[in-house]
Design a protein around this ligand. Structure first.
Ligand code: SF4
Length: 508
């Protein structure tokens, strides 16, 4: 198994930087469906450009390089203990090279291990099979979409859909509800893995395993094949759209399995994955560990670009230039739908930073500033830090804190993805600030706009949670919550809820 570690390293790097062909195809179709002049169309153009840049430069597609799940099949007699050791070795090297963000955190102390290793990470699941080769599949699933996984215990009552019973109609309601509740927070257009039945724990596991199926396969069970097709049609009528901006592309895949259950239990478990649907696999020679072939890829087909060469997201000339520190008058003039280009300083702050700001005070002056909800991938080169990947993280996690942070530190904008809730919206209005929406997962696109100028709280919080100071150049974002009480997120949630009611009524 002399090549096994290198094969795993290659699998990790390829999975993190190069989307598989079936996902590219689904995203290309989503791009075609959407009007390029809409916010959803603009988001998809940025995503398309980001996918191409990541492949060209072998950079992480998204800064949240995700929870690593390895599913491994081995012939009888292969040393699985040694394989696990070499996989952890490969994970540490990939992290050191900046292909993976340090993403493994002690759940009690909050300390980041710095190398993606720790109890439970990475997840490595072994199974034996009667084939001569070793098969390794890898899924990198980020926190934003992981947080939108959901499990239903039917019968239950669902918002906009009413009662979901223990039958195919009830299951369908649960799955559509799962799509609706994700809104933009899981970085749609998304893909679903679903398990009907099982117990709570294996239901989620089996749902996640469905994400290893190619998007264009057909379920061998005709009842489930029909359900998958119906979900795809109905979910794309909801109008949630890319990033929850509204639009036609809400879902790029739905894969369903069923597992036996206890008579008393009936779970529908849904694993929601984002557009940055990173999964690949390899077939390895069991003697040497060398890669024999790639799964999901066709060796005859070169990687297809999402956007034609030289094309990508285009500025219209109507964008509003923001140069922090911002005045109250500047942000009060902004309204939902405005596209802004940020030029000048901004500082990152996510979960750890918000807690720190509320308990200890700020290590830097935030007055008039933009606080970017982002946990970047950074690489130290000599004494300097380089930004490798820097897309937004899900803002709603900061909902309990943001209003206080805005008031206390005089922020004029918070920026992230997925939008925020009523408490923050009220604070934006009262104190004169806006919520800016960057495009979720567009980590390479945004990394090109940012230069690191300093960092606070690196020792205390680790790389993703530290407060990084950046100098931004033409950093594009959309105002989705303004200082007048308007929220695009609330609007889309209400409108898509009404569509959900219609779809539910039609299927009754
Ligand atoms: S694309 Fe969005 S949900 Fe997916 S990993 Fe990146 S930030 Fe998380």
């Amino acid at each position: 198994m002399e090549f096994f570690r290198d094969s795993m390293l290659e699998l990790i790097i390829q999975t993190s930087t190069n989307l598989p062909p079936d996902v590219r195809q689904a995203m290309a179709a989503a791009l075609k469906r959407e009007d390029p002049a809409t916010q959803a169309g603009q988001a998809l153009a940025i995503i398309g450009e980001n996918i191409d840049i990541a492949y060209q430069g072998e950079g992480a597609i998204c800064q949240d390089t995700g929870y690593l799940t390895f599913e491994i099949k081995t012939p009888v007699g292969v040393n699985q203990i040694e394989m696990r050791k070499q996989i952890t070795d490969a994970v540490a090297v990939a992290t050191q090279r900046g292909k993976l963000r340090p993403n493994s955190v002690d759940s009690i102390s909050g300390k980041n291990s710095g190398n993606n290793l720790g109890p439970g990470t990475p997840a490595t699941h072994f199974e034996q099979w009667e084939e001569p080769d070793i098969e390794v599949r890898l899924l990198l699933k980020g926190g934003g979409c992981e947080n939108k996984n959901i499990q239903y215990s039917v019968p239950c009552t669902l918002e906009h859909l009413g009662r979901a019973d223990r039958d195919l109609d009830g299951i369908k309601k649960c799955i559509l509800h799962a799509v609706w509740q994700a809104q933009g927070q899981g970085c749609g257009p998304g893909a679903l893995g679903v398990c009907i039945g099982a117990d709570r724990a294996s239901g989620y596991h089996l749902a996640k395993l469905q994400l290893f199926r190619p998007l264009d396969d057909v379920n061998p069970d005709p009842r489930l094949a029909k359900l998958e097709k119906e979900i795809m049609e109905d979910a794309n009528k909801l109008g949630v759209g890319a990033m929850g901006f509204g639009g036609k592309a809400t879902l790029i895949g739905c894969k369903i399995t069923a597992s036996n259950r206890l008579p008393a239990s009936y779970f529908v478990s849904v694993a929601y994955d984002c557009w940055a649907f990173r999964r690949l696999g390899v077939l390895l020679d069991a003697e040497s560990g060398a890669i024999k072939s790639w799964l999901y890829r066709d060796p005859q087909r070169p990687v297809e670009r999402l956007m034609p060469e030289g094309e990508g997201f285009k500025l219209t000339g109507r964008e509003i230039r923001l140069e922090p520190p911002l005045s109250e008058a500047t942000v009060r003039a902004l309204k939902v739908g405005d596209v802004v280009l940020i030029n000048g300083p901004m500082v990152t702050g996510r979960d750890g930073a918000h807690t720190y700001l509320l308990h200890h005070g700020s290590p830097c002056d935030l007055k008039g500033g933009i606080l970017y909800h982002c946990g970047p991938v950074m690489l130290k080169e000599g004494e300097k830090w380089r930004v490798l990947a820097a897309g937004p993280t899900t803002s709603i996690r900061e909902e309990p804190y943001e209003a206080d942070v805005i008031q206390r530190y005089g922020l004029r904008a918070v920026m992230g993805k997925g939008g925020m809730g009523k408490k923050t919206l009220a604070a934006l209005k009262e104190f004169g600030a806006v919520y800016l929406h960057a495009i979720g997962g567009a980590a390479q696109f945004y990394a090109r706009c940012l230069k690191a100028t300093g960092v606070d709280l690196l020792e205390e919080l680790g790389v993703p949670e530290a407060m990084w100071h950046y100098d931004a150049t033409n950093f594009m974002a959309i105002v989705t919550m303004d200082a007048h009480g308007n929220s695009l997120h609330a609007k889309v949630e209400t409108a898509s809820g009404l569509e959900l009611e219609k779809v539910g009524a039609a299927s009754n």
